[in-house]
Design a protein. Structure first.
Length: 319
């Protein structure tokens, strides 16, 4: 019996650990690149509609939703077969979206008509529209699903929306050209990046006020090249990462003190970021160098650059 147990234990230790799979939307090549997290290489390419940007999973990670802006729709990919199996409606030029925690409603920012579409993923219909500011983009939702935040690039506002009524309850002025809105895991704050303003505003959603602003300074990099866009946070809410666009850096931030701890050099024109499930790696999409930087968080440096399609933009990771 003891020998059998040891044999089974040895077998289990010998089995390979399944690495994560990374999906990257390529804005210019109209495709999704599939990266093997163990081999750190592109293993498949999925053709989608024109100009894919925003990308997210459904609740159980069996499907992927992709904003295809030039086709004014959402493509739906089956993760297992890696094929487009459905299409969902949206308004004109969808760019970013967010799925409610319950997993049914998808809130889509449509850049060309200044509206957020509410899409029912089960009936495959638009069930509501919310008028917001000019050029809506960033979409964040609170962990309890009650508060939706949309950013409007030209109006320079974060719009706070009650998801039960689909009405704006307040507008918060932020710095120029806000791009991404992301709630902290505990829901106490929402972070909004301002690409032209060069800052990240920390907003208290209970009072709709900016309570702190994070600025960035990198030696040898002109201030105008530091353009915050994508935001990612660890599950415990203690660390945050901000993509700084043409500065080719990712800022690592203490999310409790708001101190920038370090800047990580990555590829050219970093857009968005995603953490591996164990949070030991950070993947960044680099729109000019057409690659994904793999940042080893324990070593504090990029360990691999993986070639993908043209102008990679969005990135998500599946365990």
């Amino acid at each position: 019996m003891k020998g059998a147990v040891l044999a089974l234990l040895g077998l289990s230790l010998a089995l390979p650990v399944e690495a994560e799979t990374v999906f990257v939307s390529n804005e210019r090549s109209n495709s999704i690149s599939v990266l093997d997290g163990e081999k750190l290489q592109t293993v498949a390419t999925i053709k989608v509609g024109r100009r894919p940007r925003g990308i997210t999973f459904n609740k159980d990670m069996t499907r992927i939703y992709v904003c295809v802006g030039d086709d004014n729709r959402i493509d739906v990919i089956d993760v297992a077969s890696r094929k487009v199996v459905d299409r969902l409606p949206s308004g004109p030029d969808p760019e970013l979206f967010v799925l409610e925690p319950a997993g049914r409603l998808l809130y889509v920012a449509n850049e060309d008509d200044n509206k957020v579409s509410v899409v029912d993923t089960e009936t495959r219909k638009i069930v509501g529209e919310i008028q917001v500011g000019v050029e809506p983009e960033g979409m964040g939702i609170s962990p309890d699903g009650r508060i939706l935040v949309n950013t409007s690039e030209t109006t320079n506002m974060a719009h706070f929306i009650d998801t039960s009524s689909h009405r704006i309850v307040d507008n918060v002025l932020v710095d120029a050209r806000p791009r991404v809105a992301r709630f902290t895991p505990d829901g106490r704050h929402v972070w909004v990046s301002a690409e032209v303003g060069g800052t990240v505003s920390i907003i208290d959603p209970s009072v709709h006020k900016v309570v702190h602003k994070i600025s960035f300074a990198i030696q040898g990099v002109p201030r105008e090249a530091i353009q915050p866009v994508g935001i990612q946070m660890t599950g415990d809410g203690k660390r945050a990462f901000v993509a700084l666009g043409p500065a080719n850096r990712v800022a690592e931030i203490d999310a409790e003190t708001y101190e920038v701890k370090r800047y990580h050099l990555v590829g050219q024109r970093v857009w968005n970021l995603a953490l591996s499930p164990d949070e030991k790696r950070l993947y960044t999409t680099n729109g000019v160098s057409n690659d994904v930087s793999v940042l080893d968080m324990e070593r504090g440096r990029v360990v691999k650059s993986v070639a993908v399609g043209g102008a990679p933009w969005g990135v998500i990771v599946k365990p």
